[in-house]
Ligand binder design. Sequence first.
Ligand SMILES: Nc1ncnc2c1ncn2[C@@H]1O[C@H](COP(=O)(O)OP(=O)(O)OP(=O)(O)O)[C@@H](O)[C@H]1O
Length: 257
Amino acid sequence: MGGVAAPPADRDTEAPLLSVRGVSKTFGKLAAVRDVSFDVRSGEVFGLAGPNGAGKSTLFNVLTGVPFGPDPGGHVLLRGQDVVGRPGWSITRAGLVRTFQTEAVFDDLSVLQNVRVCASPSALGRRGRVAEDRVREALETVGLTDGDAPAKQLSLVDRKRLMIATAIVSRPSVLLLDEPAAGLEPQDQDQLIDLLRTINAAGVTIILVEHVLRVLRTLCGRMIVLDAGAVIAGGAPEQVLADPAVVQAYLGPGGAA
Ligand SMILES: Nc1ncnc2c1ncn2[C@@H]1O[C@H](COP(=O)(O)OP(=O)(O)OP(=O)(O)O)[C@@H](O)[C@H]1O
């Protein structure tokens, strides 16, 4: 029951930017993540899918060390350096930055204030503040032009933009996005797709947890699927999403009949 092999690390000689090796996370008797290994190349948009409870968010937690790292024995190599065991701020500083499933936005603050307050410690300058040019650059990238607008007035897609701004203000090398398209109408999904393409084209490697398959198909060159914590398929989205084991995992026992 070793699971399915992760997609090939690389067809060329370039070392992967991120290498996840034998990562597991157990809560009591529950193996939420089971011996997961995969590689992400610099410049990729790499997809991570799986049914509810498959372990996707837990995997993001252990990759970024917040609130916990993996069980002993797992390795998370960023540019060949193992970040397991480092505190979360240090992993963020090394370049692994995530967003959360629900938009972590302070309604009573303005757009600008949200980016200043939510930025990770790695985005802070010498005086313990985020440089204003970084804040403005992040907001410009995500297309939020009115920094003084109260966050509570933002539409859902703009709240997603704001959450992404709070992550990219740290200038990550790998941006981990947890279900950014959740709840969006198709036209707003298209805006999100355009934004993620822009961020990726600027040199940011992206790992995308997503249930909206259209978004995965459009953006990802490669992806893996988790089920019950283990990798059950990996490769190009069209091939992976047609895999009978993946269809079965999504539909549940007997559902694929
Ligand atoms: N801190 C925790 N303590 C105990 N169990 C946990 C903890 N965090 C997650 N789990 C369990 O681990 C399993 C995987 O959860 P996780 O949230 O990672 O799945 P997911 O694939 O992100 O699901 P979804 O798509 O619904 O967000 C679930 O059974 C969940 O209840």
